[in-house]
Design a protein around this ligand. Structure first.
Ligand SMILES: Cc1cc2nc3c(=O)[nH]c(=O)nc-3n(C[C@H](O)[C@H](O)[C@H](O)COP(=O)(O)OP(=O)(O)OC[C@H]3O[C@@H](n4cnc5c(N)ncnc54)[C@H](O)[C@@H]3O)c2cc1C
Length: 436
């Protein structure tokens, strides 16, 4: 046993998100020693983060400790640590701050899988981040929750109508699924959850603006789904501001410019950012080591088998990469969970095949399982294998799929109960103002 351990093929996986965790789990029967490194001790189910940001769920209900998930997988070790870079020549992962306070360290690998995900992009306007938080981490979700709830509290106290209006104006930037979900939920909070809670102002007077540079929301969705989503948003009380750019975000205001129009400032105390995505800095670190040029979103393009060009022993997967089509272009895969999960499983398969002596394998092939976005109570849109539908059926499908994909039986049960209660009472269990 001891001798086996020394000679086993060492696989280091960076990132315990959808891509990295799928790879680790799919290696459970392989003759390898896997080390999963993540700077967080939990796997986060990002698709439900907006529910934490709007007080419907608690962070613990959408996150699971990595050690717990992998406790029965004997060939996997979890390491809490920040990866800072790579020495591809020496086959080493360079670690920064670790749990025991050590400020550096390294891990040697035979095969490396990098799946460090993506963060926000403010398109070069990083100063906006302070005024317009994005939604990517548990901390982001709690900060957004704090800002939304504080805005209603401040409006209750405010005597000046102009200032009260600014507190009750919520601007969500970006008409993709996250922006649509956030805007819909804020409108539901204002018109449903809080409708009886205040004495000196009426929360239903809130304005929720969804600002989108393109001419429709959910532009990646096919057919009439974007138009249906827009109508559902309007019914909830959201005002879509399409073909509109954000040109500035500052203290207490956002400046918007409609196509061809003059920039116009708008007073608001709450701006939320759901517009741009930038790959993890580890994509750039890999690019520098391998002599590659990242794209504008910081992603690197990997070979059709998800390996780093020139480094067949290194795989990079998930939101931080584009997968080459082998003919000079890329496969155009969306930055969502399914490609990340499928790439993780594929890479594990390739590692097993190689250990069986099969040097060459099939390129990664993606099975599109469809798209779904929820807007509010009984309102969602879905496109599943060409079947496009909306309304209550899409909403129920969305609920079912999200429960199914949540990691951990306990989380699935708790979230199910929370949703049933929220549906019956229109309440939100975790309307706590914390931090700040
Ligand atoms: C708010 C929101 C809503 C979303 N909604 C949906 C949805 O409804 N449907 C859908 O399919 N997709 C959705 N997505 C997208 C989906 O979550 C991502 O596509 C998916 O998480 C990508 O998986 P990944 O493994 O590449 O990255 P991630 O899941 O982000 O995992 C990256 C992991 O790497 C770790 N890490 C990063 N840097 C380091 C480092 N330097 N050192 C150590 N560890 C590091 C992180 O802690 C993290 O655990 C949503 C995303 C967000 C943010």
């Amino acid at each position: 046993m001891g001798a086996d351990r020394v000679t086993a093929h060492r696989v280091v996986v960076v990132g315990g998100g959808f891509a990295g965790l799928s790879a680790v789990r799919a290696l459970r029967r392989a003759p390898v020693e896997v080390t999963l490194v993540d700077r967080r001790n939990f796997h986060l189910f990002q698709p439900l983060l907006y529910q934490v940001a709007t007080g419907a769920l608690s962070p613990g209900e959408i996150a699971s400790p990595l050690r717990g998930i992998l406790k029965r997988q004997r060939n996997a070790t979890v390491l809490l640590g920040e990866v800072e870079g790579f020495d591809l020549g020496a086959r080493k992962v360079l670690l920064g701050r670790q749990a025991n306070g050590r400020s550096s360290g390294e891990l040697t690998y035979d095969t490396l899988v990098v799946a460090a995900g993506a963060g926000h992009s403010y398109f070069g306007n990083d100063a906006w981040a302070r005024h317009a938080p994005g939604l990517k981490t548990v901390e982001d979700a709690l900060e957004i929750r704090r800002r939304i709830l504080i805005a209603f509290e401040a409006a209750e106290l405010e005597q000046d109508p102009e200032r009260r209006r600014a507190w009750l104006t919520f601007v969500v930037v970006g008409g993709g699924p996250t922006g649509v979900e956030l805007a819909g939920q804020i409108a539901e909070i204002a018109r449903g959850t809080l409708r009886h809670d205040f004495r000196h102002m009426d929360p239903s007077e809130s304005r929720v603006l969804l600002v989108e540079a393109g001419d429709r929301v959910l532009s990646a969705y096919a057919g009439r789904l974007p138009a249906k989503a827009e109508r559902a948003l309007v019914r909830l009380g959201v005002t879509p501001r399409l073909s509109t750019m954000v040109v500035d975000v500052g203290e207490g205001s956002v400046t918007l410019s409609e196509q061809g129009g003059e920039p116009a400032p708008l007073r608001t105390e709450t701006v939320l950012w759901a517009a741009g995505v930038a790959a993890s800095p580890l994509a750039r670190a890999l690019a520098e080591e391998a002599g590659l040029e990242p794209d504008r979103a910081g992603r690197i393009t990997v070979e059709p088998d998800c390996t780093l060009p020139g480094h067949p022993e290194v795989f990079a997967i998930g939101d931080m990469v584009r997968v080459s089509d082998g003919a000079g272009g890329d496969r155009g895969l969306p930055g969502v969970a399914q490609p990340a999960i499928q790439e993780g499983r594929y890479v594990a398969g390739r590692i097993r095949e190689r250990l069986d002596g099969q040097a060459e394998g099939e390129p990664f092939s993606y099975r599109d399982k469809g798209d779904m976005a929820t807007i509010g109570r009984k309102a969602a849109v879905a496109d599943i294998k060409g079947m496009r539908f909306s309304g209550a059926l899409a909403w129920l499908t969305w609920l079912f799929v999200h429960i199914l994909f949540l990691v951990g039986l306990q989380n699935r049960l708790v979230v199910f109960v929370r949703w049933v209660l929220a549906f019956v009472t229109r309440g939100r269990a975790t309307r706590l103002i914390t931090g700040g």
